[in-house]
Design a protein around this ligand. Structure first.
Ligand code: HGA
Length: 613
């Protein structure tokens, strides 16, 4: 979602800010802007609709000097994408503000501020922050005090940075529901919504916690918690490499990330399996005994959104089939707003690539209040909110995922969830033989995925058939049903072709009515217990003139004919089939998107790391 970058330095910071925004581009956005205080203490602001490059060109043509500045990429929630609505927003030509999140009571605040004589120039909720801080500064002694007071009036979520041209060497930042990280430099300091933005200028970071307000100058960072007490937040050295954001030889990040999956899975497994047993330290958290917690639980409640929700759905099949533990899964935005029942000894598992997904984080906080026995997050970003706020964390080692459409984060989540299944199952009667079998299946994954990636050319050829289609149907059964859902999500996200997924047994309860030659049907068909049932479903489609694309196990005996194109997928163990069959569907969406000419890495209307609800 939107990106924030800020700097207080002696040197000119325009290039640092714009480069920071570039490094956050992958999150998806619709406009960008920067404001810098120049040496005459004047505010200079440039905003552009569209790409950061438009902003960079504008700044190049009209260079901005000055060492204190803020910049933003916006993903509109309130008000259309436009230059007027792009951040920073300014009040009284003194205060400039950037903001991620939503101020839910903006209308009420706006009415009060209009009464005070403020004139609004945008349709955003954000503009109230600028005017309210300006208004409060008439009575408050400092920018810090004004921001602290303003925050008490906001309902909703914000990661916000405010600067005042009359106090030019200071930024004040506040966090409630949207992440912010401070980057420490030598005689200069920075901040951003994601440390990726600041890797060219520093590697030393401290994450703000919920309710924190901080004052940043060139030489000092003073952080205050929600009660206004001065606090320290641990600063750590970033481990991620400076070039984590490079595409290398690949045309798109998504393709690079698809091909990184064998390595990502290898890294996720590394040092976590000892003598064919899952090392429960992989689930460790501060001061908790993961081993004991996993032993004591009798039920698992999984909460996630989007792609992560699909990995959780697969885990439900695994937990009940292999570990003999009951499991529910729910979309975070539903769970958080309904009254739910908490079973005894239940573990709350959240899944999120970024660890900042707003709905999932809110669901975790609610779950803690409701009294779940413990919480575990499956997450790709160390230090993120979900990791910090959960009792335990399993870190997927996918590395930075830049493409908006998740690929390697999904498959490594599945690896983590299978490891969790084994770790829980071993105390619930899972035989050592089954544990060993599942562990061996996991270990075979990287090589198996390499074999599937070798099918890329065949899948690329298949993609031609989709270019003129507007709708498609994905079918799977059992633990492949969520994979069909993930395949459909991938296709709609990046190619904008309407795609729906059904459990194949549901066809006759409605979707068969849609079948005709213009509705390609994609089927995932590993050779498992349900294969004969699935073949009957395939016949139901064929009998109604449907055209099918079947990803089938080499042993499942599917053959191409007039109505069906079959891609033979190398045989794999049943337990890991959901992971293996994800790959051809990722490749299919990618090649269809290429043919359609869509923006693969930054699909329209979407954003990475969904930090607003
Ligand atoms: N609500 C603000 C900021 C949007 C945002 O955080 N997107 O991720 C706006 O619409 O400008």
């Amino acid at each position: 979602m939107c990106g924030i970058v800020g700097a207080v330095a002696q040197r000119d910071v325009a290039d640092i800010l714009v480069e920071g925004l570039r490094r956050l581009e992958y999150r998806g956005y619709d406009s960008a802007g920067v404001a810098i205080i120049n040496n005459d203490n004047e505010l200079q602001r440039v905003r552009r609709l569209g790409k950061v490059q438009e902003l960079a060109d504008a700044v190049n043509n009209n260079p901005l000097s000055g060492g204190t500045g803020i910049a933003h990429t916006r993903w509109a929630t309130h008000g259309v994408p436009s230059e007027e609505n792009a951040h920073p927003h300014i009040s009284s030509n003194n205060i400039a503000v950037v903001h991620n999140g939503i101020i839910e009571n903006h209308q009420e605040l706006k009415n009060l501020l209009i009464e005070q004589g403020y004139v609004f120039t945008s349709q955003t909720d954000t503009e109230v922050i600028a005017h309210l801080v300006d208004h409060l500064l008439k009575t408050e002694a400092s920018l810090l005090a004004a921001v602290q007071k303003a925050c008490k009036q906001f309902i909703g979520a914000y990661g916000t940075v405010i600067m005042d041209r009359r106090d030019p060497e200071r930024l004040v930042v506040a966090r409630s529901g949207s992440p912010l990280v401070i980057g420490y430099g030598l005689g200069e300091n920075f901040l951003a919504s994601d440390m990726m933005a600041l890797l060219p200028v520093t590697r030393k970071f401290a994450f703000l916690e919920e309710g924190d307000v901080a004052e940043i100058t060139r030489f000092e960072v003073n952080i205050f918690d929600k009660k206004g007490n001065a606090v320290e937040r641990d600063a750590t050295e970033a481990q991620v490499s400076h070039d984590a954001g490079d595409k290398g030889e690949y045309r798109h990040y998504m393709l690079k990330e698809i091909y990184e999956q064998p390595t990502a899975i290898r890294n996720t497994l590394e040092n976590r399996i000892i003598d064919n047993q899952i090392n429960t330290e992989a689930f460790a958290g501060d001061g908790v005994n993961a081993d004991q917690i996993l032993k004591d639980i009798d039920h698992v409640q999984i909460i996630a959104c989007g792609t992560s929700y699909h990995s959780g759905m697969v885990a439900r099949y695994w937990l009940e089939q292999y570990a003999g533990v009951s499991c529910n899964i729910e979309i975070a935005s539903e769970f958080r707003y309904r009254k739910s029942f908490v079973p005894k000894n239940a573990l709350l598992v959240t899944i999120s690539q970024s660890g900042e997904t707003a709905d999932t984080l809110a669901a975790l906080r609610l779950g803690k209040e409701l009294g779940y026995a413990s919480s575990l997050t499956i997450c790709n970003v160390p230090g993120s909110s979900l990791v910090r706020e959960s009792d335990m964390a399993f870190m997927t080692k996918a590395g930075a995922e830049i493409g908006v459409a998740s690929t390697k984060a999904f498959t490594t989540q599945l690896v983590g969830l299978m490891m969790m299944t084994i770790a829980i199952g071993k105390n619930k009667g899972m035989t050592p033989e089954l544990q060993q079998e599942l562990v061996q299946s996991l270990m075979s994954l990287p090589a198996k995925i390499d074999e599937v990636l070798a099918l890329a050319k065949d899948i690329e050829a298949l993609a031609e058939d989709f270019a003129d289609k507007h709708h498609s149907l994905f079918l799977g059964r059992g633990d492949q049903y969520p994979i069909a859902m993930e395949g459909a999500l991938k296709l709609k996200e990046i190619s904008y072709i309407h795609a729906e997924a059904y459990a194949a047994g549901e066809l006759k309860h409605g979707p068969l009515a849609l079948i005709d030659a213009d509705m390609p049907v994609i089927v995932v068909a590993p050779n498992n217990d349900l294969i004969e049932k699935l073949k009957s479903n395939v016949e139901e489609v064929r009998a109604r003139g449907g055209l099918m694309y079947v990803f089938a196990d080499t042993d499942a005996k599917f053959a191409s004919d007039d109505t069906m194109k079959v891609i033979q997928v190398p045989h794999c163990d049943e337990a890991i089939a959901p992971i293996v069959y994800t790959l051809p569907l990722q490749l299919l969406s990618y090649y269809v998107a290429i043919i359609k000419g869509t923006d693969v890495d930054q699909p329209r209307n979407l954003a990475k790391s969904v930090t607003v609800e």
